[in-house]
Design a protein around this ligand. Structure first.
Ligand SMILES: [Zn+2]
Length: 382
């Protein structure tokens, strides 16, 4: 008997679950876990809501509620949808839990004490009226490429250009409307380029040879380009507070704390014996994700685990491509999706019919497409 820890990507708690999530991550993970259980393997299946980060604070502000109210609403909705569709997690936890904050802070502190981080002072936009630093999404202005007056600090949604906040003409704060000023701030960076060169990381990436070609291809191209240091802390008031002196008003970068959510959820499920799964070389760690998460699961999180020193590294990261809807990319902001709770209103007790269809078109190696015509064809007995 082997021991497996299988994780499914923590869904982001700012909207409900749609068919693309199910087809690309949760159904494949669930099928794999059910197979392992049938074989009699020792397996734990871990998931939960990712509840930090800037988009949740923006949603809260737009709706006039607190970030906690936003995540409470979607955590429940997502958990209910997974249950309805038979995704057999051993635990569905959440990152606003106390045990997660503690685990993520301890993890950060360990890396900090080992001198892993680089402290870097940079200039960021600051809103003097709202008295806070502005995340890229909190800055709007005119796009230098197409003239759209409502471009964000990281991207223009009109022409699709990816931007730096300093590229914007006439930048304004979304919080107060004030013109932001540049102010210096210190953050803690993971020196990814340096870690990439280390012998132990070079040893780890040999595993990519046995992984799916879409993942290996993406990882190889990043590694070839060379990795840059990335800030693991942010000037923001929603998230896990950075547990060191001089970091007041800062939180952990959401992509630092979210994967640690797998560890905290395992602790919550198993108490003391969580280490059998995370810190024992005989265990296998498998992350099911969508293709937009590859860099975090195949490179950044393994670097964090390796630098920490107590943990095993992923045995495999099966990432899937995307499921489209009627030939078009699924989009939450354009409301182009089949939401699971709405599906159930139309098709009462027909969960397995959808599970079957999504399994048959799972986007394992390339993007696939869901259409209602195809759905009807697959489920009608003629
Ligand atoms: Zn533009």
């Amino acid at each position: 008997m082997s021991r497996y820890l299988v994780t499914a990507a923590l869904p982001y708690a700012n909207g409900p679950v749609h068919i693309g999530h199910l087809a690309g991550c949760y159904i494949p993970a669930d099928i794999y876990v059910r197979y392992l259980r049938l074989k009699g393997e020792d397996v734990k299946f871990i998931c939960g809501s990712d509840e930090h980060g800037v988009p949740i604070t923006i949603k809260a502000k737009n709706e006039g509620i607190t970030p906690q109210q936003v995540v409470d609403k979607y955590h429940k909705m997502m958990g209910d949808a997974f249950k309805e569709f038979g995704i057999s997690f051993d635990i569905y936890s959440r990152t606003s839990n106390k045990i997660h904050h503690q685990t993520a802070q301890d993890f950060f502190k360990t890396l900090y004490d080992k001198g892993v981080f680089e402290e870097i002072v940079s200039e960021q936009f600051y809103d003097e009226e709202a008295k806070q630093f502005l995340a890229d999404r909190y800055i709007v202005g005119t796009c230098p490429k197409c003239g759209n007056e409502n471009a964000y600090g990281d991207q223009c949604e009109n022409c699709g250009s990816s931007l730096q906040p300093t590229d914007l003409i006439n930048p304004k704060s979304k919080l107060s409307g004030a013109k932001p000023v540049m102010r210096k701030t210190k953050n803690w960076y993971l020196p990814m380029g340096k870690i990439q060169q280390s012998e132990e990381f070079q040893e780890y990436i040999k595993r990519f040879e046995n992984w799916k070609s879409n993942i290996k291809g993406q990882c190889d191209s990043w590694l070839k380009e060379g990795l840059q240091p990335r800030a693991m802390t942010r000037d923001l008031d929603w998230g896990v507070p950075v547990p060191i002196k001089g970091a007041e008003g800062k939180v952990l970068y959401v992509w630092f704390d979210a994967p640690i959510g797998y560890i905290s959820a395992t602790k919550e499920l198993l108490n003391e014996s969580w280490k059998n799964y995370w810190c024992n070389k005989d265990s296998k760690l498998i992350h099911f994700i969508g293709k937009d998460n590859i860099v975090f699961h195949a490179i950044i999180f393994p670097m964090m685990l390796q630098q920490h020193g107590e943990f095993i590294l992923p045995t495999n990261v099966p990432a899937n491509e995307f499921l489209n809807l009627e030939g078009d990319k699924i989009s939450t902001s354009r409301n182009w999706a089949v939401w699971l709770h709405e599906y159930l209103e139309e098709f009462k007790n027909k969960q397995d019919v959808l599970r079957y269809t999504l399994t048959s078109i799972a986007p394992e190696t390339k993007d696939s497409d869901f259409s209602w015509k195809d759905f009807r064809g697959k489920i009608t007995v003629s």
